[in-house]
Design a protein around this ligand. Structure first.
Ligand code: FE2
Ligand code: FE2
Length: 210
């Protein structure tokens, strides 16, 4: 995963170890056999919708940060395009977009964001949260591209994986645009540790979120 998902950006020296060693596998995506294709595609569709929504929120909140606005605006289009591709795939197969499930994983991650304090720290957390979710998406799509029985869908997910690969580093690069590198690295490590703890809690509870 790391070789593909961490192929871009300025974090090259630490990416491999960070992504390879510290990101455990999201329990929601392990047991493919226990899910219907409708569930997988529905979850995926909302994952794309949330990515688009978070990008729009970033632009609304940081409208004065020109680089951020310019970099993130095309991602909104891209993520919404992904949503539409997944929707089309559901419909092509006679399946329906189900309701959005409660995403305990993302909720638990969001709880780690700083609430008060300096504006810079809040911006950093928002960007790193986006980076983390993108890195995770990339891993999920890799898993699907390898684990699904249907050859067409394996290709389908391979293309998503490649497309998401650049997003993770885009958010890290944006953090580095506005915030000193040592601070970004320090906080990224804290985020990864938090994510690992979240994964452990969800696994201990046997929570598949479905
Ligand atoms: Fe996407
Ligand atoms: Fe993305």
């Amino acid at each position: 995963m790391a070789a593909i998902c961490a192929a871009h950006g300025t974090f090259a020296p630490m990416e491999k170890s960070v992504l390879g060693l510290h990101l455990p596998t999201d329990p929601r995506w392990v047991d493919l056999a226990g899910k219907t294709l409708e569930d997988i595609l529905t979850d995926h569709a909302y994952c794309e919708q949330k990515a688009a929504t978070s990008c729009i929120s970033l632009i609304q909140r940081y409208s004065d940060r020109e680089v951020l606005v310019n970099e993130v605006a095309p991602i909104v289009t891209e993520e919404w395009g992904h949503f539409r591709l997944v929707l089309a795939e559901l419909q092509r197969r006679g399946l329906r977009l189900g309701r959005q499930r409660k995403d305990e994983y993302v909720n638990a991650l969001m709880a780690f964001e700083v609430k008060g304090g300096a504006e810079e720290d809040k911006l950093l957390d928002k960007l790193l949260l986006c980076a983390l979710i993108e890195a995770r998406s990339c891993e999920r799509f890799k898993r699907l591209s390898e684990g699904l029985d249907d050859e067409y869908l394996r290709q389908f997910y391979r293309r998503f994986m490649e497309s998401e690969a650049g997003h993770y580093t885009l958010f890290i690069d944006l953090a580095l645009t506005y915030i000193p590198e040592d601070k970004v690295r320090r906080r990224w490590k804290e985020w990864l540790a938090h994510e690992a703890a979240v994964m452990e809690t969800l696994e201990v509870r046997g929570d598949r979120m479905h």
